[in-house]
Design a binder for this molecule. Sequence first.
Ligand SMILES: N[C@@H](CCC(=O)N[C@@H](CS)C(=O)NCC(=O)O)C(=O)O
Length: 303
Amino acid sequence: MNEPILHHYKESPYAEKARALLGYKQLAWRSVDVPRIAPKPDLVALTGGYRKVPVLQIGADIYCDTRLIAWVLEARHPQPTLATDAGSWGDIVENWVDVNLFSKAVAYTLGRNVDHLDDAFLADRSALSGWPMERAALKGNVPLAEQVLTREITWIENGLTGRLFVHGAHPGGADFTLYSTLWFARNGRFDFSAFPAIEAWFERMRAFGRGTPTQMTAEEALAVAAAAEPADLGYESRSPDASGAALGQVVSVTPELLGKGTSVEGLLVGIDARRLTVSVDTLRAGRVHVHFPRVGYRLRVTG
Ligand SMILES: N[C@@H](CCC(=O)N[C@@H](CS)C(=O)NCC(=O)O)C(=O)O
């Protein structure tokens, strides 16, 4: 089955980014619900250890990270395009949102909503981030988080004034990552009424919709992977890589942010400056190829 399968949960901002990308591309897709906190036995059975969301599955190919998901969707469905226009600062904005703005939105939204979060959720995110998550401290952070977030949102308001999208005439990766982060802050009750350019852009982004999802169970998704073979890589490897890793070595791949306990170990079967692919023999899904972007992931040779 070639239809994209999205593993996700509804509250996740990065999952919202993937849903919005599927909407922009006007795709039909399968939707598999993932628990919000560990254990996530069905997801890690498919990915070989990556427990974060979203994950996009196409047959026995597993794509981790929304940046990579955007590239894959663009390669399979070039129109409407996400391609970077000459003169766009979109890639830089995308990276800034991922490594900076997102954490500000999380500090604000978690702090404001901490009374609605249970202890198990806070313990899970504390283990993932390596930071203590105490209710009083999270609440106490809100005024400063709000001040910083407001300042940074003012920069975005300036950037979007007189402009359709961050990217230019059509949206690109930066628009989708910014959209999902601001969607999260909005769900956290951040007030955008003083930011009309953002509000108008937000409506343009929302209008793309979410495509056409059909529910699928995790068991069914595992069966799809088990019945499929990983596809040809579709990119040329550059091996050995500048990191020292070479094709055929056993490597582990770990997210640089929120990455504790979420590494994938497997045989390196593809690598270039942009992405890498490991082959993992799993018990329930058979052999899968798990793909990551290079930016934001630590690669270590382990065998
Ligand atoms: N860079 C990743 C970030 C993914 C991410 O941080 N996802 C969050 C949810 S928005 C997550 O997985 N949190 C822990 C969890 O859900 O287990 C991407 O673009 O997909």
